[in-house]
Structure formats: C-alpha cells, structure tokens
Write a protein that binds this ligand. Sequence first.
Ligand code: PLP
Length: 419
Amino acid sequence: MWRGAAVRAVRPTGGSRAASGAAAAQLRRWLEGELEGIRGAGTWKSERVIASRQGPHLRLEGGGAGILNFCANNYLGLSSHPQVIRAAVQALEEFGAGLSSVRFICGTQSIHKDLEEKIARFHQREDAILYASCFDANAGIFEALLTPEDAVLSDELNHASIIDGIRLCKANKYRYKHMDMHDLEAKLQDAQKHRLRLVATDGAFSMDGDIAPLREICQLAQKYDALVFIDECHATGFLGPNGRGTDELLGVMDKVTIVNSTLGKALGGAAGGYTTGPKPLIDLLRQRSRPYLFSNSLPPAVVGCASKALDLLMESNAIAQSMAAKTQRFRSKMTAAGFTISGKEHPICPVMLGDARLAAVMAEDMLSRGIYVIGFSYPVVPKGKARIRVQISAVHSDEDIDRCVEAFIEVGRKHGALP
Ligand code: PLP
C-alpha cells in the first residue's frame, strides 16, 4: 500500500492530535490572544472558496454559480485560456510533475532555459532567471546585489516583498515619499556618499492603480548616477504599446536596468516570478540569490503555462487592447455615474469611498447581487481612504462591465455613496 494512505488511515482528516505540555499550552493561549487581537482590530482576512476555474464567471462553494468576478489579477484572462491549459498538460506529460531538486543540482530542464530566454526577449533584456514566485525574486535580489557600501532608495508604498527583500540586505536604506520626485532627489543627494545607488519602485501600484513616474525617476537616476529597478507584477503583458510594461509605456526601456515580475498574474496566472536584466547580474543571482539556490525548480506545468502565455502575447497585442477598451468603458461609466476612480487607464480601478464601513457593506451588497469585489480599508490602505478595488480583465464582456456598473449605482445610492 502507498505509505501516505496508511498514514492517513491512522490519522483521519478532520481529527487532530493536540500537542501536550506546558509550552504547547502557553503557545496555544498566546496564539488565541493574537487571533482575537486581529479579529478585534477588524483586520481579519477571510477566504471565499471558489469551486470553479479562475475566470470572469465563478461558482463559489456553498453559493450560487454565475458570480461575476472583478477581483482577480487575471488581467488578460489567460488563467483559463484553452491554449495555456493545453500547454501545461503537454509539459506535464513530457517533463513530469516536478524536478525534486533545486536548479543547480538536477533541476534545470530545457523548458526552464527556453522560458528564461523568452522572458529576456519579451522584455528586450540580456538574460532572465526564474524563481518560484516574484516574492522570491524580490527577496533574493537586494541581498545578492547590494553591500553595506551601497544604498537603496525605495518608494514608501512599494509591495511588501520589496520591503522584505530590502530588509534582508545590508545596504543603506532610504524610503522616499510615494512618487515624490523632490523627496527622491533629496535622498539621492544624500546617497552620493555611497558606492552604488539603486532606486526601487513598483511600476504600477496595486492599491491605487497609479503608475510610477519612470521618466522622471530615470532622469534623476542619470543625474545622480543611480540604477533603476522596477517591479512589474501589475504591468507585464498589458501596459505599453506591446504589453512590455511600464518602462515601454513611458519610453524608458533602455534606462531601467532591472525588471522583476510575476508569472502568477497576467502571464497565465499559475505561479512563478523572475528577474530580467544584464547578463552578469543574472549570472550573479544564479550563484548568490538564496530563494533561487535553496528552493525547488518551477514545475513543468507552470513553465508550460507561462511559456504559452508569452507566445500569445508576442504574436499579437489584441488581448491587451481588448482589456484596455473594457477598462476605459468601466472607468468612464463609473465616473459619469459620480464615483471617483483612482489611477489612470490601469485595469486596477479603485472605487474611492473613504469610509471603511461603507466599503465593507457595499462590497457585501455587491456580492449579494452576484458581483464579487473586495473592500480595502486601514491598515491595507491609509485611514480615510477605504475603497472597493475592481480589476478588469480582457475576458469580461461589455455586458459584464455594464452589469457591474449598474450594481455599483444601485448599491451606491442605497448606502449614500451616490446622491
Ligand atoms: N510584487 C507585487 C507588486 C505584487 O503585487 C505581488 C503579488 O501580489 C508580488 C510582487 C508577488 O508576486 P508573486 O505572487 O509572484 O509572489
């Protein structure tokens, strides 16, 4: 018999063998106190269980089917694209379930090398390196690259993984005010005393749908002899004329040195992340970056998904254009109805409400009308800036968009967000 089955027979699922002893009891009390604290602070994150594929129309476990989904990062609708799924199945059959190894021992297959080459070509960079996630790519880059003699300058609203990655490195740390070029310049001046300066920013910020002023950042970087790093998780595949990202949109592809991004959002949505940039940098990461060196290779099915997603995007930008048109439809109809939508032209469309309770009740009411959206409030966003974040996908139909807008208008009037 398969040993796993035997183990499960002894310990049936649902049962638990409570650890005993004073330390375990003390730990349990502490954990319960912490959990109570999170509930009391109103910051408990619950999870809705989806019983179907990711897509614009979902079935939720224990709930109705046909829920309209407006809160995935599935910007291009590739998470359930038939060709992406077929590519995953083919890779699974040809290359197996996984490598049972890190890359430098026996975990590199031809498909990993092909995907890295494809990513570098897509971004017009020299080389690329794969990670299990973009979180890992961000955790692995700063420590490998920067020494105590260097400086890193980071936007205060950068993603948690950039913040954590920077924490791990020994460089001198500067945090500049969100997209504030005066503050960045002052900090760059101070950082002149260090050997090397790296400015790190999200290309597009996920809470506000706003886009980093990369032209100005690159000008300052040139003036103060700094490198520029961007996290393109909410840009790769759809921003810019060919979907290359924020650097293409703002015409600075040749000025941004390092790009980190994810395969877990627009590029098929499975999992995985990467760094792309100069070849010696990528070579160094293969030698020194800890999440790469000490973690398993990406599973072939995941590699297959991302590789097919990139093929589709390099063949045509029709999918990205379709998403842009739907984003425009949603933003203009919501603005005409009297809502304030933060950001500009990005498929992240935060419906600004201000009050945390209003955002929560409106999101609940939207779900009761079959529209799945999420309310965000403090501490995820600043106090008084609560919102419902809507994310548009290429696979939403115009009717889906209109249904969402109509529901917002009804719910907004009911709860006093609209006159
Ligand atoms: N960077 C940004 C800006 C993100 O939004 C995310 C995911 O939420 C990540 C990094 C992490 O990406 P991954 O899911 O590939 O770990």
